[in-house]
Design a protein around this ligand. Sequence first.
Ligand SMILES: Cc1ncc(COP(=O)(O)O)c(C=O)c1O
Length: 501
Amino acid sequence: MFVFPGRLLSFAASRSDLATLSSRCSGRASRGRAADRRTPRRKASSRSPPLRSGSRMANKFDGITIVTGHAFNDESLNDHNLHHLPDINPQRIYMDYNATTPLEPQVMQAVSEALQDAWGNPSSNHIAGATARAIINQSRQSVARMVGGKPEDIIFTSGGTEANNLVLHTAVEYFRKSCGAAEQGEGLQNGCHSLPHIITSNVEHDSIKRVALHLQKEGKADVTFVPVSRVSGRVEVEDIIAAVRPATCLISVMLANNETGVIMPLQEICQRVKFLNKQRERLRILVHTDAAQALGKIPVDVQELGVDYLTIVGHKFYAPRIGALFVNGPGSRTPLHPMLFGGGQERNFRPGTENTPMIAGLGKASELVTLNLSEYSSHMQSIKLYLEEQMESVFRDKIRFNNRFPGSDILPNTTNMSILGPRLQGWRVLSTCRRLLASVGAACHSASGHRPSHILLSCGVPSEVAGNALRVSVGRGTTKAEVDAVVEDLRETVQLLEEMN
Ligand SMILES: Cc1ncc(COP(=O)(O)O)c(C=O)c1O
């Protein structure tokens, strides 16, 4: 056996703990320098017991503690020797689970076992290769089961960004190939004399939005960004269907929004597209959903939804930084055109020697979701409701919830709220808070400075309210005691900021 315990440990620690600090694309976690200076470091309080094995996460490997939970304490900092991170207040409470999640202990164990035991090249014909291959196959089955698909419909990718890029790239190639065949053989089909047309919403993650904008800029595709309703916060089915043109080859709509948690009507979209496709001879409209924020929080079934593609993002459901794309019959029923060319792995759809340990982690995390989804989701829902109730009782008419839309369903773990007041902008509140680690929106928009989230503005939230927004997303192990501490932290912070007025 070939083991590097030390290196494994430092890797695992950095993936879970540092991720919360450096996650680029889903949450601008506050740093709280001012507050940290003002607050003496208290000793870590004894915390409530686990909700279940795995909800509070501390593993010991060779005497080194790996903390993968949501709170940062002195012990975890010392154990990890994170002296280069002086800004972390040891009393911090993590409520930014839409940005990223820590690894479940069982996931970490699966990763570490694969690192130790399955380091062989999965393409090798000997036992070392077969061991790795077996783990990959098993994970593929677990991921497929989680989304209600078949194992052969799962393509492992580096993450959600790659999976989303692969879908848009495929749509353009699919259009080109379909139209090329039409020109040569049976004459021009409708739509083939124009650019491929892609429909998406105006609240997608940047890994869809920016790809679409890039394709448009390069003259490779036309894109319609359908605005979400300012009443429901959802993209409306009728608006999507009204945008369809003869050259439409792809509709890509996220399953749940990362900032508001609004769940989009994918099933209805797919039903309407199925009907449209019956009237089309060649260029079928493909439907993709980015399920990054939905998996592990609500039931997701590709057959019930009726989608052709579905993006899976490990680090949003307590798996490591890896992803997968579900494709309904890749290369047969549904087109899939690789972006990379190489050694033939993933049936040439995504070549490159497989990342066995991370795939093992994704498989284990998927298994946990399949087994425990209703438990996870009801726990998160009740904690979120408790948080909202406590916020209402403390802040009364000063609190606004930015994700309460009539008739729309919201992710069980996500709330988006603004505390009204001239000095209470989200960034200011978070950077003054002593304990709460949350975000004001997607961190990929951090270049836009302190401007309000365009997603909230698109949903009809007034600018001055959106500017004060706090996106708070709770996790599987968040407790009521932590909610109480966070609400108290916010109360003190608001008082302080108002006194400074
Ligand atoms: C909705 C959504 N899609 C895609 C992604 C990108 O996934 P990854 O970070 O694995 O590239 C994220 C992550 O922030 C996300 O929230």
